[in-house]
Design a protein. Sequence first.
Length: 293
Amino acid sequence: MTTEAGRRRWEGALILITALWGWSFVAIQAALAELSDSAFNAYRFLVAALVMLPVLAARRVALSRADVVQGGLAGLALYLAFFFQTKGLKFTTASNAAFITGLAVVFTPLILLVWLRVRPGRSQLLGALLATLGLALLTLKGLSVGTGDLLVLLCAASFALHIVVLARASKRADSVNLAFVQVLVVGLLSLLQSLAGQEFTLPSGAATIRAVLLIGILGTALGFYVQTRAQVASSPNRIALIIVLEPVFGGLFGYLLAGDRLSVPNWIGAALIVMGMLVAEPRIPARGPRAVA
């Protein structure tokens, strides 16, 4: 039974992790000046997997077939999300990437509708409308949308797919083993992509190495653990409110560290996206008409 103090402690830890995730948009964009996107993702997720190995060894819970299959499916969706995100960060600002990535919360009910035939409620439809208007104000340049913004939009859709897959996979597999398999799959697929495209290089700059280690150890390995524990200790509504802080932190760090400057319509668009995220919190059923695997 989680105490009130325990709930507050894990919520506070998740807020710190969310701030780190917001900062990571700026750090990744800077690291991509030295590393290819595939090499960065390989380093990030393989470092996280190595950090998680001692935890798995101490628990002595063998990987089951469900852990591998469900973790592999979730890892594939996660790989696509980070593939599109890091590609997009080359062509858009850290602030735009942060706000657009947050649209995963709005995409989730749409995927539930198409895949599991779960109809969205009025709040999710309203959230989608607000977020769509916000996206237009944030990204439209005349009648066109930047390439980077489109790539990050595909990232948000992939994150939404990951949310749905993971929500159902977590009911069939051990949570810690599931997290490890996901991280390992993303790292290995990114490494294969990097080697196949002859993009793999060693980081040399201190800032790049620091970004890889901080994001790999704290933002990925520890971030997975903290989010899992916070979701156990707190309610979905409170967790959703905390997660919404990620694009806010991303916009703040983009402004302070990367020189991102949004116009008045851009700021209104960013605010509408956050509002859409708040009202469109997805409700994922424990059982559905179709199975994930």
